[in-house]
Design a protein around this ligand. Sequence first.
Ligand SMILES: Nc1nc2c(ncn2[C@@H]2O[C@H](COP(=O)(O)OP(=O)(O)OP(=O)(O)O)[C@@H](O)[C@H]2O)c(=O)[nH]1
Length: 301
Amino acid sequence: MESTILIIDDNPEIIRLLSAMLRDQARILFATSGLAGLEIARAQRPQLILLDVEMKSMDGFAVCAHIMADPDLRHCPVIFVTASAASDSEIACLDAGAVDFITKPLNGAVVQARVRTHLRLQAALASLETLASKDGLTGLYNRRAFDEQFAVELARHRRQQSPLGLALVDVDHFKLYNDHYGHQLGDECLRRVAQALADCARRPGELVARYGGEEFVVLLPNTTAEEVQRYGEWICQHVRDLQLPHGASLVAHHVTISAGLAAAIPRLETTPGQMLAATDAALYEAKRAGRNRSAMAASSC
Ligand SMILES: Nc1nc2c(ncn2[C@@H]2O[C@H](COP(=O)(O)OP(=O)(O)OP(=O)(O)O)[C@@H](O)[C@H]2O)c(=O)[nH]1
């Protein structure tokens, strides 16, 4: 994927020069003021920002402070472009959160080398982040990523007093599936169920994760109890519709799932652990009632 670099400088001549130096390395965006630059950065999420220090209305340090304070932007590396080569000005740039700085007059080879290094580092970091947040077998988010997002969403729904839905999904008689078909086909079955759950996540913000083993968890933002109940029925049907043979199942001839469901407008004292426990109890109830179905948590969280 081609990288994107945002140049923020109030001197169009510098923008033209930098663009000419870097156009073979990345897609170039530019802004001639700090405010416009921040807007473009939020909308386009560039891989690197080249930021002029000495701008008139909002200087580079102020822009950098906004970038560092924004959770969506602070991972984007900033290289300051400055006319001053004095060491206290270098230190000020690095202290402000920049990863590097380039001094004027601009030297094409130096600019290209520094930018290349930071784009490489950024790409390596992005693939490490993917590795750290995704489950290797299914490609879904892993439990760590889910736990992080769940905490964020719970706090947001508490603030906005809107209902947050949660589903805990378990493949029925999966031990028997493994015993019958072998571990490799068991893995393939988990991939197919994971894909089916991912296909059912259609609303913005819905997050499907592998919770562990043959268990999956789904976060359903702004979803009422009735909607969560319908969602539960829908995913059970969707997995039934896959018609994956399960010759050893005690409930059907094909692979089925059970789902525990909960929805709550979080109170001040509601914790992720409480909501998960309520959902887990509902999953237990769905299993107890015969599997191949969903059940709603009885208690409000
Ligand atoms: N193939 C495969 N099997 C896994 C994986 N992770 C966990 N399992 C298996 O999933 C099975 C889960 O078994 P149980 O917890 O007894 O659940 P179950 O057989 O589905 O029974 P119920 O949930 O009560 O319907 C175990 O046999 C695990 O070895 C995996 O990544 N791949």
